[in-house]
Structures are given as structure tokens and as C-alpha cells.
Design a protein around this ligand. Structure first.
Ligand code: SIN
Length: 536
């Protein structure tokens, strides 16, 4: 095994990882990503844009109020204020620095409106190719940055901690160099979400909860794990894994949801009809899909008005599926899209593990509460990656404490078995901890997952590069799925993205966040923030 000294290690190459890497200059950064190329994670796939009150007619307080309202009682209002106030100024700085946002022919920034936003404040880039456009630009800046060493195809297996519990390194497997221990006292996790833990997701293959699992094994506090947001209108592709997204902006532009008989149904569900909050639309569609009824998104009016130019990504998705949206409505179904929960961080992105920071979807800053407002995720990634970078820059460089060499995994499940087990686990999560849960289903999912874990552990082979990533993702998947099931089983109410058939009401006594570690739920039921945040 090689040993390398690093000043700061970032794991993950979506919005949070790239922005933090750039902002950490002139400190030396090693950026590890398990993907084969530099852009990675869900940011690249974002179609909706990035919300910020940058219009003089808008203001951050209104954006914060919308954020808090969407969070169903669990958003931390101070964090929402911070997100929206700093978001506006920090995003304006990126606009100034040339991030290529869409503009009107007169040169003004185009501002779209999305569900549950009280104003038009969503910036896009490349129409509905916002993530692809922004991430390609940021990745090019990172590649050109002399202070960043990018390591692609590098799977972070685990964080290494000192006897005192502080960060002392990262054990990673590199496709070209094999096992490498990166010795560092500062790690920023930016590994994204958990969508691949579910049968259908808008997230890419890399979204397997790696950062949440590594942090949990290192002793970090996590929170809000039960809150998994399902996007209402993923393309109903009829296959498992990543499915294309049909952006919410389509409904903002007038797309209608139709049932199998061609009738609109959202007007009877909510006064805002298709523009109702995301969880309400997802539930209305999910109920029908679960009953075997197809649901369609009707884009004909948008396409008649030239929508193919405004939504080139959606046009490509439909073309690949052989559907002409000008003629036929497009089949849709909900899919796991965003995880509000994650590693608890403070305002500076610090976790409960000294030296460990987190930003982006892997983190839980408290801004999203039980339900994230559309287009707040890229903003959160940007704001808190910058805040974490600023805090690291202002802190003395930490020399890592000496550690014993960690054990490296030698054997694991054969690749095919690991892939099949992952699909089975995703089906278990979709059945037991999907859009609509209940106590019996959650308990059954816990039992089935444990049985699946046990059945895969007796088939072991020597691990090679590909198999190491699969084996690592498998153990991460099991751990994070277990934490989601545990938190969801404990929360006996329905709130935001957590909907329970056996506890359909929102219960005032449950207006609190659940914090947990790898050992289970934290017992201090009164605390709304864990002690490490209160003490700071
Ligand atoms: C979308 O384009 O519908 C997704 C936007 C988001 O999740 O914020």
C-alpha cells in the first residue's frame, strides 16, 4: 500500500466538491472521485436550476420563508436565512466570474419560477441542462487549477481516524495505483446522495450513500435520514436504476398531468394543481401508479410553443424513447430524487468528527427540513462548500495524528452477486421505505435486508479493482439503508417526504429532528441539535 501526504482531501466531484476545491486555493487539495471522469454525482444531471433572490424585486427573506414553508416544520430557520442571504451574494459572484447562466436577448439573467416559490428566482444554464453546463464549466476550472490534484477512478473505502477520533486520513483504492492511504487532518465529504438505494432514481450510479456510510463508521452524527424526496415526474422507463427526469420546470411552463383516460387529476388534489408541493404531486401520481394506472405528462401545448428549444434535455429523452411530445403525452412515475438527511454539519460545514467537513447532498445542514424546496440543492451545495472552504482556510493546517495501518478488505462478494444483491436491496427499500410507508413494511424491509446481507456474506472472492468498488458500495448501501429504515420506523407520523399509512397525521410532538449514529438513534429526545453543535 502506498502512503501519500495530503494537505486537504475532498471526496466527490459534484457541485460541492468542485466549488470547495476552487475556493481552497492556495492550499493544496487532493480531490478523489470514484467516477472515471472529473464531473460526477447528481449535480451533473440537474435540470432545474439554482434558486437565489438576485432579482432586485425579490428578497432573501421571502426565499427563506418559502424554504421554511416547504420544510414542513423541520427546517432550521437560521440556516435557511443564511442559505438565502449568502446564496444571493455568492451566486452573484459566480455570475460575475462567468458561470454561463441563461440570459434574455437584452442580456438580463432569465429567472424561472418553480413550485412553492413565491417569486421567479430560478437561474438555468443551457435551458434544462443546468447541471451539465455548470459542472462542465467548474470541472474545467478545477482541471486548470494548479493547487488541485485530481484522482479519478479512486474509490474512498473509509475514513481513517486517530485514537482521539479525529480525521487522520482516507483509505482509497485507485484504479491505477491500488490501495493508497492519504494522510491528512482535513477531509471534506462531497459524495452526494443515496438515490441508488431505491429501485427507481433520478440519481446516477455513483449515488450509493458512500459519504454517509464512511462518516457513520467514523463516528459522525447523522440526522433526518427518514426524509427521502421522490420526484413526481421521472420518465416511466420500466427499468431499474437511473431513470431520466422530466423537470418540474415543465409544469411551471404549463405541462399538465393526465390519468390513463386523458383526464387531469391534480385540480382535485390541491388548489395549486400541477404546481402543488412536490410531495403532494408525487403522492398523487404514486397512488395511481401503485394501482397499475398509467400517468402522463402532457407537453403538447409547450411543444406547440417551441418547447423543444427551451427543454433540449427533455427533447432528447423523449426522442431516445421514440415519443414525440408534440403528439403524445409522456409516461411518468415518481423516483427517488434527493435525500434531505445526511451528516449533520454546522454553519461552517463541520461535522461532529474533528477535521471532517461535509457539503452538498451528503450533508444535513437543516435547511431542507422534511421536504426540500425545488432548486435549493445546488444553492446549498455552493453556499456551504464555500463556507467550509473559508473555515478550513482560516484554520491552521492540521498535521494528522499517527495511526495504525487500517485493515484492507481482501475478499468480498463476486461482482455479479454484488450487483444482483444491490438490485434486490433497492427493491426492498422501494417496497418498505418508498413514497408511502407503514410500520409493518418498514419492519419487513429491515428483516429482508438483514437476510440479504447474511446471504451475500458466504460467497467471497479475492477483490480486484472493479469488485472493490462494488463491495464498498454494497457495505455502504447496507449501512445507510439500515439507518433510513431505523429513522423511518421511529417517526410515527406523516410529515413532508415521510408519509406513513399507519400514522397519516402530522403530530406536533414529532416536530423535532432525529439524530443518529451508527449505533442507533440518539436518545436525547429534547435536543433539536446535537450537543456538538450547541457547544460551538
Ligand atoms: C427538477 O428539475 O424538477 C428538479 C429540480 C430540483 O430537484 O430542485
Amino acid at each position: 500500500m502506498q502512503m501519500r501526504q495530503a494537505d486537504i482531501v475532498i471526496i466527490g466531484s459534484g457541485m460541492a466538491g468542485l466549488v470547495a476545491a476552487l475556493r481552497l486555493a492556495p492550499r493544496r487539495v487532493t480531490l478523489l472521485t470514484k467516477t472515471d471522469d472529473l464531473p460526477g454525482g447528481s449535480s451533473h444531471w440537474a435540470q432545474g436550476g439554482i434558486a437565489a433572490a438576485i432579482d432586485p424585486a425579490d428578497n432573501p427573506a421571502d426565499h427563506a420563508a418559502d424554504t421554511v414553508a416547504a420544510g414542513a416544520g423541520l427546517t432550521d430557520p437560521a440556516m435557511a436565512d443564511l442559505l438565502t442571504a449568502e446564496g444571493a451574494t455568492r451566486l452573484a459572484a459566480w455570475v460575475e466570474a462567468g458561470l454561463p447562466f441563461d440570459r434574455t436577448p437584452e442580456g438580463r439573467l432569465c429567472l424561472g419560477r418553480e413550485a412553492a416559490h413565491g417569486a421567479a428566482r430560478v437561474l438555468h444554464a443551457g435551458g434544462d441542462a443546468t447541471g451539465r453546463t455548470l459542472i462542465a464549466d467548474l470541472a474545467a476550472r478545477v482541471r486548470a487549477a494548479a493547487h488541485v490534484t485530481v484522482e479519478t477512478g479512486a474509490f474512498a473505502w473509509d475514513l481513517v481516524t486517530s485514537r482521539q477520533g479525529a480525521i487522520a486520513g482516507v483509505l482509497a483504492h485507485h484504479g491505477d495505483a491500488g490501495w493508497v492511504l492519504h494522510r491528512t487532518g482535513t477531509v471534506l465529504l462531497a459524495t452526494g446522495g443515496i438515490g441508488q438505494l431505491y429501485r427507481h432514481t433520478t440519481n446516477p450510479v455513483e449515488a450509493t450513500g458512500d459519504g454517509q456510510a464512511m462518516a457513520a463508521r467514523a463516528g459522525a452524527v447523522l440526522a433526518d435520514m427518514e426524509f427521502v424526496q421522490f420526484h413526481p415526474t421521472a420518465f416511466a422507463a420500466g427499468r431499474m436504476g437511473q431513470v431520466p427526469l422530466l423537470t418540474e420546470a415543465l409544469r411551471g411552463a404549463g405541462a399538465r398531468l393526465l390519468d390513463g383516460d386523458g383526464n387531469r387529476f391534480m385540480e382535485a388534489e390541491h388548489p395549486l394543481a400541477e404546481l402543488a408541493p412536490r410531495d403532494i404531486v408525487a403522492k398523487a401520481i404514486g397512488r395511481r401508479v401503485a394501482a397499475g394506472q398509467p400517468v402522463y405528462l402532457d407537453l403538447r401545448a409547450i411543444w406547440a410553443a417551441g418547447g423543444a428549444t427551451q427543454f433540449p434535455t427533455v427533447a432528447g429523452i423523449c426522442e431516445a424513447a421514440g415519443i414525440d411530445p408534440a403528439e403524445s403525452p409522456v409516461p411518468v412515475a415518481p423516483a427517488a430524487h434527493y435525500h434531505m438527511g445526511g451528516i449533520v454539519t454546522d454553519e461552517e460545514g463541520r461535522t461532529s468528527v474533528p477535521g471532517l467537513y461535509a457539503a452538498g447532498e451528503v450533508a444535513c445542514t437543516g435547511v431542507h427540513g422534511a421536504n426540500r424546496l425545488a432548486s435549493n440543492s445546488l444553492l446549498e451545495a455552493l453556499v456551504f462548500a464555500e463556507r467550509a472552504a473559508a473555515h478550513i482556510l482560516a484554520s491552521p493546517a492540521i498535521a494528522p495524528a499517527p495511526v495504525a495501518l487500517p485493515d484492507m478488505p481482501a475478499t468480498g462478494a463476486p461482482p455479479q452477486a454484488a450487483r444482483e444483491a444491490a438490485l434486490q436491496a433497492a427493491a426492498i427499500m422501494a417496497e418498505g421505505a418508498g413514497l408511502l410507508r407503514d410500520g409493518a413494511g418498514l419492519a419487513q424491509a429491515q428483516t429482508e435486508l438483514a437476510a440479504l446481507a447474511a446471504s451475500t456474506s458466504d460467497e467471497r472472492i479475492l477483490l480486484e479493482a472493479d469488485a472493490i468498488r462494488l463491495a464498498g458500495e454494497w457495505r455502504n448501501r447496507l449501512l445507510v439503508s439500515g439507518l433510513i429504515l431505523k429513522a423511518a420506523a421511529a417517526r410515527q407520523e406523516s410529515r413532508g417526504a415521510h408519509q406513513r399509512a399507519d400514522w397519516p397525521a402530522t403530530r406536533p410532538e414529532w416536530r423535532r429532528r432525529q439524530h443518529l449514529t451508527i449505533d442507533g438513534l440518539l436518545t436525547d429526545r429534547a435536543a433539536s441539535r446535537p450537543a456538538f453543535l450547541i457547544d460551538r
